[in-house]
Ligand binder design. Structure first.
Ligand code: G3P
Length: 224
């Protein structure tokens, strides 16, 4: 089954979606944490309380050197949760990923804007790849196409890497990449909410209710 994550540091929203979606965990990035003004340790403690012991969390290194990223990855990995370390798939990041994998740490290569960049990250040993679908679209390119090419390369070369598609502004982008058989996806809160917010749904449910009560008053289904 595809792994479903929420891309947020909003505790209340995680609690909300934990109730109604099969969330495997929560992804973050430095911008998300900076905007929430919550440090990683505090956030993880709150998230773990909501999500339970089997949840998986993603945290990104902020170091800019290979050595720094490797040391930071080790520290993130030592946190008492199921952690995946996010590393930008830059030249420096790819070098770090190679070393981090030698430590047996689970790694996601992030900031992926092309299939070739993602493919190299997979060859360097990344367990997950995060192509930025909406950001690619916004640049006038084809985010879904990049994900399709990347999934094709992973299949062709029989790599164990999973695509964790990220950066969405609408449900259509999410649907299109899910149709490609990707292993994981992370949704911002707004897009997750749009998934079940089709404008025709509530009127349909209201009509059922009106028809029922018109015929059977306050009886429940099994009482009729
Ligand atoms: O972590 C990367 C991804 O979440 C970026 O999303 O919405 O900032 O393009 P966005």
């Amino acid at each position: 089954m595809i792994e479903l994550y929420l891309d947020t540091a909003d505790i209340e929203q995680v609690a909300r979606f934990k109730q109604c979606l099969p969330l495997k965990g929560v992804t973050t990035n430095p911008t998300i944490l900076a905007k929430s003004l919550t440090g990683l340790r505090d956030l993880l403690a709150s998230l773990a309380e909501i999500m339970g012991p089997n949840a998986r969390f993603f945290a990104q290194v902020v170091s800019t050197t290979v050595e720094g990223m490797v040391e930071e990855a080790k520290k993130i990995n030592q946190l008492p949760y199921d952690m995946v370390v996010k590393v930008p798939a830059t030249e420096v990041g790819l070098a770090a990923i190679k070393q981090i994998k030698q430590e047996g740490i689970v790694v996601l290569a992030t900031a992926i804007y092309s299939a070739q960049q993602g493919f190299l990250a997979a060859l360097c040993g990344a367990d997950y790849l995060a192509p930025y679908v909406n950001r690619i679209d916004t640049m006038g390119a084809d985010g879904v196409g990049v994900v399709a090419d990347l999934q094709h390369l992973i299949n062709q070369h029989r790599l164990p890497t999973k695509i964790l598609a990220a950066s969405f502004k609408n449900t259509q982008q999410a649907l299109e990449v899910m149709k490609l058989g990707i292993g994981a996806i992370t949704l911002p809160v707004e897009v997750a909410a749009q998934m079940f917010a089709h404008p025709a749904v509530q009127p349909a449910v209201d009509q059922f209710s009106k028809d029922w009560h018109g015929a059977f008053a306050d009886k429940l289904s099994f009482e009729s």
